[in-house]
Design a protein around this ligand. Structure first.
Ligand code: 4HQ
Length: 288
């Protein structure tokens, strides 16, 4: 029962402070045949701490608890034949209906699947606005289509590759969403910093020593000139994005200075690199 639905966060002084601050608790229910795996991944780190503090109310449910047969069977052979097994609809419907009855009707029911919409940071921000959502983890060759059609409200993919089950994808979603809930990441500035570089790759980071194996930290970072540091970081984020993920520049928020820097970067860029950059969307109005 360690990670089960019955594990409610103890109500303490911090809970009252949170309620006083009018900060809502986000409820997340995860349905899986591997509750120990999911529970273990959500115990350490910022998510685990937020659960203990009662900021995140995450309950992990064993899909087999919603079966009605002696052997707790959750899968069956595919109609029409073929290899592999398919997750039966009844336990998944029973799980969501039980969650709705006990914890309130969820705002969304997410089904993890490579056929889903690829998860973006914008999706994470959207889900972070919800008060309560359920995540269904599939296993085996697939899941009965009626779950997708009549139980799930969203079908989400974490990328174009195949993993053995929906557990790791569900954990990716819960982590990406959970850290955006106010109070989960202690240092609000680091979440802020993410949104400052919104749509761009991160700039390079350094810590001590100032010289390591002959490689020195860029001088500007040790200069104490905060405005120069900010400008350097912005340029490095732009440079990295242009080099590695040029297509991201099309939807990034860029000011006139950013565009000037990017145009200067292009001078001296090889023809092949230029061709790579050309796969991105055309520049927005006013960029020339
Ligand atoms: N799955 N993004 C679950 C994935 C996947 C993905 C394969 C989903 C196995 C049972 N899910 N089935 N990629 O690879 O979300």
């Amino acid at each position: 029962m360690a990670n089960g639905a019955a594990e409610a966060a103890p109500r303490g002084i911090r809970d009252e402070a949170r309620l006083e601050a009018d900060q809502a608790v986000m409820k997340i229910d995860i349905v899986t045949i591997f509750p120990e795996m999911v529970g273990a991944a959500l115990a350490p780190g910022v998510i685990g701490r937020a659960r203990q503090a009662g900021v995140l109310d995450i309950a992990v449910h064993d899909l087999r608890d919603f079966t009605t047969d002696r052997h707790r069977v959750v899968d069956d052979m595919p109609y029409g034949g073929g290899p592999g097994m398919v997750l039966k609809p009844e336990p998944l419907f029973a799980a969501v209906e039980t969650i709705a009855a006990q914890r309130g009707r969820p705002d969304a029911v997410l089904l993890m699947s490579p056929a889903g919409r690829p998860l973006t940071q914008a999706d994470a921000r959207h889900f972070a606005q919800l008060r309560h959502f359920v995540v269904l983890c599939g296993r085996y060759e697939g899941i009965d289509e009626r779950v997708r059609a009549h139980l799930a409200t969203e079908e989400i993919s974490i990328g174009d590759y195949v993993v053995s089950g929906g557990e790791l994808p569900a954990l990716v979603v819960v982590d990406a969403v959970g850290r955006l809930v106010p109070g989960v990441v202690g240092d609000e500035q680091s979440v802020e910093a993410d949104s400052f570089t919104q749509g761009l790759l991160d700039f390079p980071h350094y810590t001590r020593p100032a010289e390591y194996r002959g490689h020195r930290v860029p001088e500007v970072l040790t200069s104490g000139h905060h405005e120069e540091i900010r400008a350097w970081r912005r340029r490095e984020a732009l440079r990295r994005t242009a080099e590695r993920r040029p297509e991201l520049l099309a939807s990034a928020e860029l000011d006139a200075g950013d565009r000037r820097f990017l145009n200067e970067l292009k001078i001296g860029v090889s023809a092949s690199a230029e061709a790579t950059a050309d796969t991105s969307a055309p520049p927005k109005k006013g960029s020339e």
